[in-house]
Design a protein around this ligand. Sequence first.
Ligand code: ADP
Length: 279
Amino acid sequence: MSFWNKNKETENEQVSEPGVGKVKNIIAIASGKGGVGKSTVTTNLAMALSEQGHKVGVLDADIYGPSQPIMLGSHDGAQSNDGYAIPVKSNGVSFISMSTVAQQKGPTIMRAPIALKILNQFLTSVMWGELDYLLIDLPPGTGDIQLTLAQQAKLTGAIIVTTPQKVSVEISQRGLQMFQQLNIPIIGVIENMSGFTCSHCQEVTAIFKEGGAANMCQEFDVPFLGAIPLDPLIMMSSDEGRSLSEDKEGHAYQAYQKVAESFAHQLESSAANKMLEVE
Ligand code: ADP
């Protein structure tokens, strides 16, 4: 099955072969519960990494509820080259999503085996080209899609996104344990919606408590990549498909820059450790 329009000619940069062969790092972004901001974190981490000079792609694996076209700010359809899809580029990030390849209105209604087939095509029949990072925005939970991708996507590692409160942390731990059981390294945990700063008095309120992700990192001995504040600007920029770099002084922009740096640093040091193990 192929979704993309074979007749459209592409004006985008040419990349020579389909698939992820030239992608240096494939990273799954996972959460236990929906609504904790996993897609938002994927988008903004991708934009922050791109701003720091890396080549970044996003594969939106949420077939039934794709959000990346809204959050990355492009509703263009993927063009094709010889029957292979060219990712859409927006805000410095190349991405592919269910709604870039099947531009229908209304819900996506399909059985799981078909969804899995489409995800396989997202990995094998998309011309990703040379990328430093391909971030995979997983749907929430530890079901068929998460398991299949974890096994098929040759993942470099996974990032777990959680909000600070117990109900999110405890469910995210199951995602973390799924990756550990599959021997996929945990690059780290990001705490989202971590504290709200009042714009009038600057007092910080821990609306969803604090420290949940840091405790989880301690318990499972995995790195803490940083905390992203609860900030209306993040919600608005996601809804409007805009980059946080429009307010470089803002807490949100700076928090993502820090998280992107510690993510890249973490990957570098785990790659270095691997090399040492081999030598
Ligand atoms: P998930 O992918 O976990 O289901 P989303 O990324 O779709 O969650 O986020 C759910 C909603 O929360 C979106 O409207 C998004 O804009 C908003 N949101 C996410 N993170 C933050 C944040 N740190 N501050 C404010 N709003 C946020």
